[in-house]
Design a protein around this ligand. Structure first.
Ligand SMILES: Nc1nc2c([nH]c(=O)n2[C@H]2C[C@H](O)[C@@H](COP(=O)(O)OP(=O)(O)OP(=O)(O)O)O2)c(=O)[nH]1
Length: 129
């Protein structure tokens, strides 16, 4: 099966994380951590800076790797590295997403996450204050 290498940013602020609703494509309407495919020659960190600038128009600090998710979709095998991040500069613009929400422990389950994210979100929930 085709493999896709993706990076995702778990943006943290005041005990909450940023969730974004996909605005187009196959998974339109589902919620995810912003990010995207790693391009040839890029480090995961470089890919994250690029994707987050493109999608949300902000600069970030990339901290620790929180988890690497592997998931079999029908058409491809996803390998997604998820980094804890902080916003360092700029105001969020929605260049690709419909809407964003900051979610905490009590409501992180309230949106329809992409299938690959469900276990990750459970783990994250336990680590949020
Ligand atoms: N960014 C992101 N992608 C996720 C998450 N969960 C999940 O299953 N995915 C999947 C959906 C997509 O198949 C893939 C990400 O690829 P993408 O299509 O957003 O990547 P991209 O920005 O490079 O997009 P494109 O140029 O190919 O349109 O990973 C998540 O939390 N965040």
């Amino acid at each position: 099966m085709r493999k896709i290498n993706v990076v995702a940013a778990i943006l943290q602020k005041d005990g909450q994380v940023l969730s974004a609703q996909r605005g187009y494509g196959e998974f339109e309407g589902n919620w995810e951590f912003p990010g995207g495919k790693i391009e040839i020659g890029e480090t995961p960190q470089e890919a994250l800076h690029r994707e987050i600038k493109e999608e949300l128009g902000i600069e970030i600090q990339v901290n620790d790797l929180f988890d690497t998710v592997e998931y079999d979709y029908l058409e491809f095998h996803l390998i997604m590295q998820c980094y804890l991040c902080k916003i360092t500069e700029g105001n969020i613009m929605l260049n690709e997403h419909k809407v964003i929400k900051w979610l905490g422990r009590e409501n992180i389950d309230s949106v329809e996450w992409l299938p690959a994210d469900i276990k990750l979100v459970e783990r994250l929930k336990n680590s949020l204050l």
